[in-house]
Design a protein around this ligand. Sequence first.
Ligand code: C2E
Ligand code: CA
Ligand code: CA
Length: 861
Amino acid sequence: MSNNLATIVHTFTNRSSLSLARGSLFKFVALLAAVFVLASLSLIYLAHDLDRTEEIESAFYTKKAMQSLEKSMRSTVKDYAFWGDAYKHLHAEVDTDWAYVRQNIGSTLYADFGMQGVFVVNDVNRTVYSVIKGELKPVEVADWLDQSIVGILDKARTGAETETPITAFINVKGNPVLVAAAAITPGTDPTVVPDDRPPSVLVFVDMLNSTKLELIGNEFGVSRLHVATPDEKDAISLLPLGDNGAAGTLHWSSSQPGLRLLGIGLPLIGVAALLVWLMTWAILRRTTAGALALDASYASLQSSQDALAISEARFRDVVEASSDWVWEIDSDWRLTFLSERFEVVTGLSRDAWVGALIDDLLGTELGTLSQWLSIPNRRPDISVQCRYIDTQDRERITRLSAREMTQGGFRGTATDVTEEVESRRRIEFLSQHDALTGLPNRTRLQEFLDGKLKALPTVEQPLIMLSLDLDRFKPVNDLLGHAAGDLVLNEVSSRLAACVRDGDLVARIGGDEFVLILTDVNSQDEVEALCHRLIESIERPIAIDEQEVFVSASIGIAMAPTDAFEAAELLRYADIALYEAKSAGRNTWRFYAGDMNARIIERRRLESDLRFAIKHGELRLHFQPRYRIADGQMVGAEALVRWQHPERGLIPPDTFIPIAEESGLILSLSDWVLNTACRCAAQWPEKLFVSVNLSPIEFKRGNLIGRIQKALHDSGIDPTRVELEITESVMLDDAAGALELMQTLKRLGVRICMDDFGTGYSSLSYLRAFPFDGLKIDRSFLSRLVESDDDKAIVQAIVGLGRALSLTVTAEGIETGQHLQLLKAVACDEGQGYFLSRPLDIDAFDALLDATESAGTRSNV
Ligand code: C2E
Ligand code: CA
Ligand code: CA
């Protein structure tokens, strides 16, 4: 422009003709005016473009924010709803103790996830469990939300089969509210048998109040996100929630960078135009005054040249005031210009870089920048993300926009987006990792697995999935508190991670459940060696405060392509194998085998058969007499249950008691045993007692005291003639609770005896601290008694201990006369075993009683 001016001024001063001068001046002014108009128009266009991009971006991020909220709600509700334990404790029956007191689905949902409402709605749409802001409050979900959500509940139920949760935005008193719902299903828990009722639904409610919205917005770089007020309803930055915005419309403040640019740029152009206009006016006046005014005109033009210099300086200021830097390259890709901002933003030297190749400065993810710039018909409004290394050797990220220049080469701006990209990366990381341990979560596992399966593993190079579950973790949490539990999980996580290679994945998918994906292990031996290492490393003691905590792990293994090709199938098979590993006594591993599925189905069938059996009188009670060893007198009998199966014949209790325990059928089974045993024994001679086995489950669940009271009352038997046999695990699980229960039982008048002594921890402190009347030495001791002197010494010691604590000591499993002699020698109190009598059915036992009555004593003792 200044070149132009110089020529004109030159012409102007050299020709003395006034008309010529005027003509040239008019041309010049017209040219200048055109330049100003063009500058204003491009500024307006640029500003508009900037605002539109900003608008689209902020709308995109707002939408993303809401979607991410929905996604995280869905995955949270899914984790809780598709869960065998939840099915057992919130659908099959409603166990507030499990859900709220033990915090399985309790106040932590509010504290950790901000879930203001947590509800369980049963099969007939009644709310049966509700936690409001972390507190247990009985309230119908429809009352609390001021509307019926039957539609949402029905949709959630249709998603039960595919384990798909749903979310919906609704409007509660003018506020948008996010509701997530999922049908409660047994998940992958093979031990839970679903019933025929429609599933209950777990509902999570998140009220999006103004602080919460603002926070969510900030996380995604959207400022002042709020519910649009009526006079904002026509604004541009709007996002409707729910069907046609039924749940409310969100509004946010757009920063409108273009408007700001116009605010600075337009006045500047205006001022420049005014100056030029004034100048022209002055010149015109002078030229009409005569050719003499030429000198003066020249001076005036001189001043307009200064004005232009000033306005150029102003433009430069605008460029430098923005946070972006401006660049220009020639057709050889060499930098010909870098604005001053370049140094401030990048810390690099302009002098060093002007003249250098732009590819040496910036690189894109897809290739060199020159390649990107050379893309034919590249849309000029699309920017590219580039990286460079700053003076501190850190990688920075910048968004580059470029326009081709007519004379060849490109120019454009560069915006630093390092922080923005990093915060987005952080959000992504958080959504894919477990907050406690930092391990990948279920979402990441799914992605990783999908990717690995797409690569089509082969039999030679299989994909191996380990499903790993900690044994003995729950007591750590219960006894030492959640903080200790967290420490254990963290320690276990890092030990697991240390056992696998770099390309493998260790994910935490639930409380104490982990999944490992390995691709570089080729033989079964290698897998076994790894499992061995994993278990060994987990078993090493974990120091917590002054204590050492011990946990162990069980592992189930499934492989692709041998067992399955699909992620969900693999997970299920690994879980089935895990379940087998646990059944095999924990602390071990199992490979998935096709027939495991069949075995589990078989087990389920047995379970439903058992349900039927209890109701339809297929259970039988046998009695095994117990004798005083010193004089051979019968003192009582142990009630032992059997199952007369219509097809399989008489099934021993070891086969079905564990199934009853796992399915919860144990309570009704045990009720039948208790009642039958008490009723029968009430008919026996007064001096005989009956002893009944209790399952540890009965100590934790069900109203044990009430049930026993009822059996005693209904049969009319003297409580002192009833003995309850319990095992050590009752005290291991919850010592304080067990003590209280046992004391109450003692007040009812019944006797309590420790069964299977010598198989568990055999802690003497239990015998001392708990109100036992007797102990039964496990039959495994007797079976080894003749060969091993050690066992002989142990039996003798147990008898001595029993005496010291005034307990009646009973030996189980007396199979030979030799056994009996030995027990007599160590003065054991009572005994029971095949040698004395097998367990007898009711008729045989009655016959034995009759015979004993008439004979007085038994002859073979
Ligand atoms: P347990 O309480 O240790 O019961 C004693 C078991 O040893 C019985 O097996 C009995 O038949 C067996 N037995 C008795 N004398 C001898 C002997 O001389 N040699 C050998 N080898 N075994 C002998 P059973 O009836 O099969 O019961 C197995 C387990 O099932 C019981 O072990 C008990 O834990 C459980 N059980 C049985 N009935 C019930 C019940 O009504 N409720 C609960 N919760 N558990 C029960
Ligand atoms: Ca027993
Ligand atoms: Ca026993």
